[in-house]
Design a protein around this ligand. Structure first.
Ligand SMILES: [Zn+2]
Ligand SMILES: [Zn+2]
Length: 286
């Protein structure tokens, strides 16, 4: 009996040594870097309750990020979560769009750099952080609409195959997963993307045309189209009586999200909420 105990203790010891070894290796090769300036982040003190931002930002960039969240829209003078300058299609559905900050693709500011880095780096911590940042303004929409987020299906609009191949992952999907997780809700693929060009390469007019000809509801015969009890779902039942939340990283003209809302509504969805991390800043009135 004593020998067995000794053996057990020894095995445990070896296991701990091996685990520690892998942790050291991991820290050597996967050094966490600031989502904005790419600086190596210093290891966090053990057992410290870490403020969420510290796992993504260096302390300088975290301060800038906090300031960026308070930037006001040059047109309506609201922060992004309360800004009412989004395309008219969404206005009658959502007076404001849950979001974290404004985005300007031509700028080199902290939020733009963070969004771009999130697109290119499949780092779960970045997505978790952004989901946490988005949660308060999304929570307000659930309260206002008297909706339980657990009754909603969280979803995303897939990138083009070319974009997924380039980055190796779909940031919309990763983000939707983390936001759903944050609310304890389910996440489901709802759309497919066929052919089509990358929206960012197109003019505003061409973007809606491109969205209409390339984004569709997921084929209900697809293996993922089952309800929660595992029963296959028919096309007409796919979205009926459900509330959806479409999560995206950036909303530019809103053409892609508009297409998503229309498709879900047409197939019977009761409510479709859209939420994004960053909204393109409205142009100043002249
Ligand atoms: Zn930094
Ligand atoms: Zn505004």
């Amino acid at each position: 009996m004593r020998e067995e105990l000794c053996f057990f203790g020894f095995s445990l010891f070896v296991l701990l040594v091996v685990m520690k070894f892998f942790e050291v290796l991991k820290n050597l090769f996967f050094v966490p870097k600031c989502i904005s300036c790419n600086e190596r982040l210093s290891p966090l003190p053990e057992n410290e309750i870490v403020a969420y931002g510290k796992v993504c930002f260096c302390s300088d960039c975290l301060k800038k990020w906090e300031r960026a969240k308070g930037t006001l829209c040059p047109v309506c003078s609201n922060i992004s979560a309360l800004c009412s300058c989004h395309p008219s299609f969404f206005k009658d559905k959502q007076p404001s769009i849950p979001s974290v900050c404004f985005y300007n693709p031509d700028s080199n500011n902290v939020q733009t750099r963070a969004i771009l880095k999130m697109k290119r780096t499949n780092n779960a911590q970045y997505f978790e952080f952004m989901a946490e940042e988005l949660a308060p303004s999304l929570e307000k929409v659930f309260t206002r609409m008297a909706l339980d987020p657990k009754d909603c299906v969280f979803t995303w609009i897939p990138r083009t195959d070319a974009a997924i191949a380039e980055n190796g992952f779909d940031q919309g999907k990763e983000l939707a997963k983390k936001v759903a997780q944050r609310f304890g809700a389910s996440v489901q693929p709802s759309f497919t993307r066929r052919r089509g060009k990358e929206q960012k390469l197109l003019s505003k007019k061409d973007r809606s045309k491109n969205a209409e000809t390339s984004i569709f509801l997921k084929n209900p015969k697809h293996k993922n189209s089952f309800d929660r009890k595992g029963k296959r779902v028919k096309a007409e039942d796919l979205a009926s009586n459900k509330a959806f939340v479409i999560v995206d990283d950036v909303m530019t003209t809103g053409a892609t999200l508009k297409r998503g809302v229309e498709l879900l509504k047409k197939s019977g969805a009761k409510t479709v909420i859209i939420a994004c991390i960053a909204k393109t800043e409205a142009k100043t009135k002249k």
